[in-house]
Design a protein around this ligand. Structure first.
Ligand code: SAM
Ligand code: DTB
Ligand code: SF4
Length: 349
């Protein structure tokens, strides 16, 4: 039987040994672990919204929103609360149960806090779970977000401590760990993961997962992003990562953090349906749903529903609110609407 206990004492060699397993054994073990804690046919769906786009002072080498790179992105100021709500309503109508709001900031300014906390309160009042990613937080900001009722805070470690300096110089790994500690201390759920395909080695992918799993508590949500290469960023010409290495990463994350949601995040638009299904088989059980991530493309909602239908996947229930059945019914209706198309899609191949 696979070891599915919750551990926080992984060594790099142990993680590398998992990565080195024969692919079939790795997938089989990851599936066993997955099924101990989750319904393997349920996937959680979140929609992303960029509440403040571009002109970021940080130098993250992968990011289209850094002011240091010319990526042709139109910069925008903080979105009005009412506009954010409109987007949240549309996401809910489309069947998303969690609304994630992202801002291209190093950290929020004092003057921003009343707006972002209002967004949290209003989106929650719609009956959706809330998530934000606003950069580094101090204790007071974490406290204010928690008081407003923010469910999740996303802050990624991005890569291993050793490779980190190749990617970002304007904030340290320690800064990131401290923000994660503050989010936890304020009582919010943690969403933390990273990006693969940035030219890092096996040891770095193992190092990232080791850092995440060795946190005092596992993040409830672990986004694994495949680098989206954006023209104008320093990583625009990065070589493709072997797709099986990406799938291995998902499987190892699943094994190391058995009770966490592992999110197949950025990069799905560039993946085949078959690759995405391998990611679900490896234990991924959450996706971003909706045509846009923050600034780059994501698969169309109908295409995702078609894939869910073809794979027999259902959206995960959201139990916190009484109108959960309404949201679920909506998404199930969309999945069944896609059934005929899915058949033709197959037949046309
Ligand atoms: N500015 C805040 C921060 O960095 O903490 C929040 C927004 S930032 C865009 C959120 C995360 O998106 C980053 O930490 C990174 O992991 C991911 N990301 C950004 N650009 C990406 C890309 N081109 N490909 C894959 N993931 C990306
Ligand atoms: C995460 O790990 N991935 C999301 C979310 N957290 C905020 C962002 C992906 C961004 C991809 C590039 C873009 O669309 O700008
Ligand atoms: Fe700014 Fe976040 Fe992009 Fe880094 S990842 S440049 S902090 S928006």
């Amino acid at each position: 039987m696979p070891a599915a206990e919750i551990r926080h004492d992984w060594t790099r060699q142990q993680v590398l040994d998992l990565f080195a397993m024969p692919f079939s054994d790795l997938m089989f073990t990851a599936q066993q672990v997955h099924r101990m804690h989750f319904d393997a046919n349920r996937v959680q769906v979140s929609t992303l919204c960029s509440i403040k786009t571009g002109a970021c002072p940080e130098d993250c080498a992968y990011c289209p929103q850094s002011a240091r790179y010319d990526t042709g992105l139109a910069r925008e100021t903080l979105m009005k609360v009412e506009k954010v709500l409109e987007e949240a309503r549309a996401a809910k109508a489309g069947g998303a149960t969690r609304f994630c709001m992202g801002a291209a900031w190093r950290s929020p300014k004092k003057k921003d806090m009343p707006y972002v906390t209002q967004m949290v309160r209003d989106v929650k009042a719609l009956g959706m779970e809330t998530c934000m990613t606003l950069g580094m937080l101090n204790d007071e900001q974490a406290q204010k977000l928690a008081e407003a009722g923010l469910d999740y805070y996303n802050h990624n470690l991005d890569t291993s401590p050793e490779y980190y300096g190749e990617i970002i110089t304007t904030r340290t790994y320690q800064d990131r760990l401290e923000t994660l500690g503050r989010v936890r201390a304020a009582g919010m759920k943690v969403c933390a993961g990273g990006i693969v395909g940035m030219g890092e080695g096996d040891k770095d992918r193992a190092g990232l997962l080791m850092q995440l799993a060795n946190l005092p508590e596992h993040p409830e949500s672990v986004p694994i992003n495949m680098l989206v290469r954006v023209a104008g960023t320093p990583l625009e010409k990065q070589k493709d990562l072997d797709p099986f290495e990406f799938i291995r990463c998902i499987a190892v994350a699943r094994m190391m953090m058995p009770k966490s949601h592992v999110r197949l995040s950025a990069g799905r638009e560039q993946m085949s349906d078959e690759m995405q299904s391998l990611a679900f088989l490896a234990g991924a059980n959450s996706i971003f749903y909706g045509e846009k991530l923050l600034t780059t493309a994501n698969p169309e909602a109908n295409k995702d529903m078609q894939l869910f239908s073809r794979l027999g996947i259902q959206p995960e229930k959201y139990q916190q609110y009484s109108d959960e059945s309404e949201v679920e019914a909506e998404l199930n209706a969309r999945i069944s609407e896609q059934k005929d198309d899915a058949f033709f899609y197959d037949a046309a191949k």
